[in-house]
Design a protein around this ligand. Structure first.
Ligand code: THU
Length: 130
């Protein structure tokens, strides 16, 4: 875990770099598609994750959800930004990860060459309160 409080551009690059570093630990022998993710909490902590595949393919976990699980296990529940790095250009979070990111209030998404509001990725997100 680390904290982040610096100029916005530097902060964005730092979060993408953290995702890139996590991608190096990806366990993706089946797809050969290594992904890294980093979530920045609303209070400045960074948590990372990588995809971890399994011989029973459905047991695979995406990088983004790995990062969110690490965040929650450390006692944090509010995501400001998620950064994702894939092997080949912009890697947008899958639908399941979008739903999990929404649960913890994610506001912003960074992928290579793009920065978008989370609501653009998951408009009308499902939640218990309308
Ligand atoms: N994957 C992620 O980790 N995050 C994404 O946003 C898209 C897909 C992983 C799942 C699987 O291990 C591999 O990439 C190929 O789908």
């Amino acid at each position: 875990m680390s904290t982040m409080s610096m100029a916005p551009t530097l902060g964005r690059n730092m979060l993408l770099d953290a995702a890139r570093a996590a991608a190096r630990h990806a366990y993706a022998p089946y797809s050969n598609f290594a992904v890294g993710a980093a979530v920045l909490t609303s209070t400045g902590q960074i948590f990372t994750g990588c995809n971890v595949e399994n011989a029973a393919y459905g047991s695979t976990l995406c990088a983004e959800r790995g990062a969110v699980m690490a965040m929650v296990a450390a006692g944090f529940r509010e995501i400001d930004t998620v950064a994702v790095i894939g092997p080949d250009g912009p890697c947008w979070p899958c639908g399941a990860c979008r739903q999990v990111l929404a649960e913890f209030g994610c506001r912003r998404v960074l992928v290579e060459g793009h920065e978008v509001a989370f609501a653009e990725l998951l408009p009308h997100a499902f939640g218990p309160t309308p």
